[in-house]
Design a binder for this molecule. Structure first.
Ligand SMILES: Nc1ncnc2c1ncn2[C@@H]1O[C@H](COP(=O)(O)OP(=O)(O)OP(=O)(O)O)[C@@H](O)[C@H]1O
Ligand SMILES: [Mg+2]
Length: 377
């Protein structure tokens, strides 16, 4: 298939979280993208545990249901993973050509990956030569095979084809790039706050700099409300979304605030770690998304703590969408990862998976150039 030929078409982006699945279908149009449809579907409790899909049939059913209810036709899927099964490292190799990196990356990777190399899928992205030209910088990614195989199986069980596996954090970066077209020196943090994982990315301009997954999210708020107010999990889930009885609202707000403090402390640690590991320019903006980014008081608390503007990341800011493409009343902030995945094409990655037979292929960094070629065709 021609890489930038007219036969290329967007895959359907499918973000399987631990609490909901999100699906986005985009179409390339002149100069950009159009949103065909987006859908979100809750998963039964316990469907995804510690990043692994435990209730395979329930998840496959939910995929089918959301495709059907949102009338999504495509069945070629780009999906993603995150959490403890994923390792992302920026590494520097002695200066090498692209072909040499491809040949040596597998054995080079061994020293950077804390898992048995036989049990992971590997891929990499060439960043280019270091400033003095003595080294070649590379982003290396390893994901446990069982995580990818398990997710691929569930997608296949739903009658779809798992064409590409990416990472939540790269999909997040890619959708940011497309919508915000950042100037080269603009340093931002992207926070995707889900139910059990928070992806924290740092980007400078279009360049993906750093990512870390923190094992905390909306579930923390629910559990604290449940415990402190002595209510059921289901009630706590409602209360934290602003649906508490009037007389309990003050107490709920206090609990939410105390959890926001814990979350912010983790974000602070991540920023501190990143500062020590690189020449950190001051952050200009923090963009937040994911279901739990809507938690009452969180945005203000982040803004006060880090003293920078905190905005909701709108994944459809530069994407044409008619009124019915998004579910009624949805502001889009659930769909950042799914939309980032829906940018992908089969064969869009010049280097391809590092090891033949691996179904894992991520894409970041020079996405904008690739997209330019695609959208100018
Ligand atoms: N209005 C709201 N206020 C507070 N929390 C909310 C709101 N809407 C959704 N949430 C919370 O967002 C979380 C779900 O977000 P999301 O769908 O992004 O998670 P996920 O992708 O399924 O999970 P993960 O990626 O962490 O496995 C849940 O904890 C839910 O309670
Ligand atoms: Mg998620």
């Amino acid at each position: 298939m021609a890489l930038f030929g007219s036969s290329a078409s967007n895959l359907v982006g499918l973000d399987i979280g631990s609490s909901t699945i999100k699906v986005v279908s985009l179409q390339s149009v002149r100069g950009g993208y159009q949103l065909e449809a987006a859908g979100i579907e809750p998963l039964p409790g316990g469907s995804v545990v510690d990043g692994a899909i435990a209730k395979r049939e329930a998840v496959a059913d939910a995929i089918n249901h959301v495709f059907h209810s949102r009338k999504i036709k495509g069945d070629q899927i780009a999906s993603s993973v995150s959490g403890p099964a994923v390792i992302v490292k920026r590494i520097s190799l002695p200066a090498r050509s692209a072909a040499e990196v491809g040949e040596s990356i597998h054995w080079e990777a061994e020293q950077y990956i804390p898992f048995d190399i036989a049990e992971v899928y590997l891929d990499y992205h060439l960043l280019g030569p270091s400033e003095d030209g003595s080294e070649t910088n590379v982003i290396l990614v390893a994901v446990k095979r069982e995580t990818i195989d398990n997710q691929s199986d569930v997608i296949a069980m739903a009658g779809k084809e798992p064409a590409i596996m990416d990472l939540d954090s790269f999909a997040l970066h890619n959708i940011y790039e497309v919508n915000y077209k950042p100037k080269p020196d603009r340093v931002v943090a992207l926070l995707n706050i889900g139910a059990s994982v928070m992806n924290v990315n740092i980007a400078t301009g279009n360049e993906f700099i750093f990512t870390r997954d923190i094992g905390m999210g909306g579930n923390y708020y629910t559990e604290y409300v449940q415990r402190d107010l002595g209510v059921s999990y289901e009630e706590a889930e409602k209360y934290k979304k602003g649906l508490a009885p009037e007389e309990l609202k003050g107490t709920v707000s206090t609990v939410l605030q105390s959890v926001s403090e814990i979350l912010c402390l983790e974000v602070q640690k991540t920023f501190d770690y990143f500062r020590t590991a690189s020449d950190f320019e001051e952050l200009e903006t923090i963009y937040i998304c994911g279901g739990a980014s809507r938690t009452e008081g969180l945005r203000d608390y982040l803004q006060e703590t880090f003293q920078v503007p905190v905005e909701f990341l709108n994944p459809f800011q530069k994407i044409k969408a008619d009124g019915r493409a998004l579910p009624a009343g949805n502001d889009g902030c659930d769909f950042a990862v799914a939309a980032g995945l829906a940018l992908r094409y089969r064969g869009d990655k010049p280097t391809g998976p590092a090891k033949k037979g691996s179904s894992f292929s991520f894409l970041t960094g020079n996405l904008s150039q690739i997209l330019k070629k695609l959208t100018q065709r």
